[in-house]
Design a protein around this ligand. Structure first.
Ligand code: ZN
Length: 260
């Protein structure tokens, strides 16, 4: 079976949708409300966690890690603190998608099987292995960048505009833009002042098209059968069922090659 064989077989009847949420230190009640939307449609989400709000997460969702490595030289301790809160995590997305070759080397040693630190907006980019065997699962849509570069989303907040040709669509949402239903960067900036005050944030909730209406439309479409909902961990488990392809055997063949 070719690389991505299982993933392609699984998605041959329905493309897969991985809804991901970067928790971003948001209040637990907002995250709970967001997850209730997902639960209400019987779907699944992957949460990239920055802390441990008192969430009662059912088994259907995945808890992954969202460390902030900015300004940190000791990534191991930043990672470990977060890992202790979520000991079963096998996935990681850094704050601001920070990644470099050093992190790609470290993560497999720390028991991490995939990172999702590459943003390829709207493009049919599939998961691939990094140089240490770590899976990279690219993101195809991010609400924050929709707000930052609206010109790249001329049709606005409509699920119909999402790419549909790839077997796996990875979407990234953030709790506060979702909670206030932001449609512009200034909507989000205004909400940041009350980041930890849900009652005040509720007063800023917009009507009309925005991040929340898109989120709801995507959930409705998935529940109606446009996609099959998966977590990123499930995606990696499918990918790992495939035998390594010949290209991935490169370390031994490279080692045997004559030096020039
Ligand atoms: Zn972040």
């Amino acid at each position: 079976m070719p690389a991505h064989g299982r993933l392609i077989v699984m998605s041959s009847s329905l493309p897969l949708l991985a809804l991901t949420i970067d928790v971003e230190w948001a209040p637990a009640e907002i995250i709970r409300e967001m997850l209730a939307e997902v639960d209400g449609r019987g779907l699944r989400a992957t949460l990239f966690c920055t802390h441990t709000p008192e969430l009662k997460i059912g088994g259907r969702h995945e808890m992954a890690l969202h460390p902030n490595f900015h300004g940190e030289s000791d990534w191991a301790s930043t990672f470990e603190q977060l890992r202790q809160q979520h000991p079963g995590a096998v996935g990681l997305r850094s704050h601001s998608l920070h990644s470099d070759t050093r992190l790609v080397r470290l993560l497999p040693n720390w028991g991490i099987r995939y990172q999702s630190n590459l943003f390829a907006p709207g493009q049919a980019v599939a998961p691939f292995r990094r140089e240490t065997g770590l899976w990279e699962i690219p993101i195809h849509y991010m609400d924050f960048f929709h707000l930052c570069v609206p010109a790249r989303h001329p049709k606005g907040f409509e699920a119909a505009c999402l790419p549909s040709s790839q077997p796996l669509l990875v979407m990234d949402f953030h709790p506060i833009p979702w909670f206030v239903n932001a449609a512009t960067l200034s909507d989000y900036e205004a909400a940041k002042e009350f980041y930890h005050e849900p009652a005040k944030l509720a007063g800023l909730r917009r009507k009309g098209p925005g991040v929340a209406t898109l989120f709801g439309e995507v959930l409705d479409a998935a529940a109606a059968g446009r996609w099959q909902s998966v977590t990123l961990r499930e995606t990696v488990e499918l990918l790992d069922e495939d035998p390594p392809d010949t290209l991935w055997d490169w370390p031994s063949s490279t080692g045997a090659a004559p030096r020039r």
